[in-house]
Design a binder for this molecule. Structure first.
Ligand code: ADP
Length: 482
């Protein structure tokens, strides 16, 4: 791995105010999923280091909170500029440890930077209000104050963006962050911390700890100092963290799994709908929580749509993320790849037809993109998040039926519908029980809109004005005796 700025390859953790090794000297390897080669190693930290980071964060956060919003904004702006300037190196680290094609990694770095930029701007807009008082000699002030120290735990599918969309609003609001990145992708996180330090984020305000997830997670959740947990990852771990946070009554932001329906109506612009599926299904090799999982196509356009989709999917190129023209990288690990193969096998056993795709070579993390026809609601692919490059096409006849099937899930993150009929568009937008709905759009993520789910997909919103609010408490002061 060749970086223009080699100092961005960090193999130590940023704990409290220092770059440090594990107390016991233990390390864990970082593996390139494309080659299987070890590219670096990072410390295995645990409870003690997490407690130390929390302790420093508490002290530094109190100072950071007192700074002017403009100061915090300027530091964040500088961080944004540094991330942008170093986007080639960051994308190189990202592709090396995560596998996504380099162009996509560059796109993720720009997306990650956009959260820092946005919240640098929002930092100055944490307005309170004055409410007309119920007493002549009193005034009611409502202000917004930072929640305090935040524990953040992030996944491997967006190693940069999932961090900045937590840290951007947290630092803007005046909070400190103790971050545990995914074990698969620590290098991007550590490089972001290096740039944060260069930008002037005070030492100790931001800690990044790699290592024992359960030990660090329990130190964060049990601590009375940590006032909020912001987690993106699996529903199972989200529920665990929620339960662990009960004793200290923390604020929670949970971005958990999805099982997105993607509805293509008979009046849809089919070319546009295919474009939508390509981005909503195949981005990051299908490893996003807003990926289309169940593609419902109205009977009368089913054949035409599937033909168009197969044409496009056959143009995708699987391979190493650094190779030119590659559009689908490896999946993150063997468990992920075998789950996807299992979904395909289960679907075929229950009557699905493979219109495009070929079986995975045993043990390979490279999974060919698939288009499956005649999917039905009894298949695993209908009920579980596949998290891989498999487009399963279900049939539907009428809108009520498809809305019922689309909502028949514990998940409620993202949903998509394609129609040119305005009334239908509103019906889908209003009836789909999801935190986010894309109408005639397959890419809904942006820093300017509130990202988040309902039901088992989680709590809280990231991005937009709401994303800052999630890191603020409302404080009311009654000024009496005036
Ligand atoms: P995935 O299956 O996609 O890796 P996870 O929910 O297991 O999703 O992982 C998301 C993040 O949660 C990672 O940073 C992981 O290390 C962390 N994690 C996993 N188990 C725990 C735990 N018991 N406590 C705290 N964090 C955890």
């Amino acid at each position: 791995m060749k970086l223009k700025d080699p100092k961005l390859l960090k193999q130590a953790c940023y704990v409290g105010s220092k770059w440090s090794e594990a107390l016991n000297g233990q390390t864990s390897p970082v593996v390139n999923p494309s080659t299987g080669k070890v590219i670096a190693s990072v410390p295995v930290l645990g409870r003690d280091e997490a407690l130390s980071a929390i302790h420093t964060a508490e002290l530094v956060q109190k100072q950071w909170q007192k700074k002017t919003a403009k100061h915090r904004s300027q530091v964040l702006r500088r961080w944004f500029e540094l991330v942008t300037e170093h986007s080639d190196d960051l994308a190189t680290l990202l592709t090396s440890e995560q596998g996504k094609p380099f162009a996509e990694a560059k796109g993720e770095i720009a997306y990650a930077a956009s959260f820092i930029e946005w919240f640098a701007e929002e930092a100055k807009r944490a307005y309170g209000e004055m409410i007309p008082s119920h007493k002549e000699d009193a005034r009611i002030l409502v202000s917004k104050v930072p929640v305090g120290v935040v524990g953040a735990i992030t996944p491997w599918n967006f190693p940069a963006a999932m961090i900045t969309r937590k840290c951007g609003p947290a630092f803007a609001a005046g909070c400190a962050v103790v971050l545990k990145p995914a074990p698969e992708t620590p290098l991007t996180a550590l490089a972001l911390a290096e740039l944060a330090e260069r930008a002037g984020i005070p030492q100790g305000l931001f800690s990044v700890l790699t290592g024992d997830a359960a030990a660090i997670g329990s130190a964060l959740t049990e601590s009375a100092v940590v006032r909020k947990i912001s987690f993106t990852g699996s529903t199972a771990v989200g529920k665990l963290l929620m339960a662990q946070s009960a004793d200290t009554v923390k604020k929670l932001a949970l971005e958990l799994g999805g099982n997105a329906p993607f509805i293509v109506c008979d009046d849809a612009d089919l070319e546009a709908a295919v474009n939508g599926v390509m981005i909503a299904k195949f981005r990051n090799a299908g490893q996003t929580c807003v990926c289309a999982n169940r593609i419902y196509v109205q009977n009368s356009v089913y054949d035409a749509f599937s033909q168009l989709l197969v044409e496009r999917v056959s143009q995708l190129k699987v391979g190493d993320g650094f190779a030119p023209d590659v559009t689908i990288g490896p999946l993150i690990n063997e468990a992920a790849a075998s789950k996807v193969q299992n979904h395909v096998d289960d679907a075929v056993a229950k009557g699905a037809v493979i219109a495009h795709g070929e079986p995975r070579n045993e043990g390979s993390l490279f999974v060919a993109p698939h288009v499956l026809l005649e999917a039905n609601d009894d298949m695993l692919i209908a009920t579980e998040e596949t998290f891989g490059p498999v487009a399963a096409l279900f049939r539907f006849d009428d809108d009520e039926d498809v809305i019922g099937r689309a909502n028949h899930t514990e998940s409620g993150l993202a949903a998509y519908a394609y129609t040119r009929d305005l009334a239908r568009a509103f019906r889908f937008s209003e009836s789909l029980e999801y935190g986010m709905v894309g109408i005639n759009e397959g890419l809904i993520s942006t820093e300017v809109a509130p990202f988040g789910g309902v039901k088992s997909s989680g709590l809280g919103r990231e991005g937009a004005r709401q994303g800052l609010d999630d890191y603020l408490e409302t404080k009311y002061t009654l000024m009496g005796g005036l």
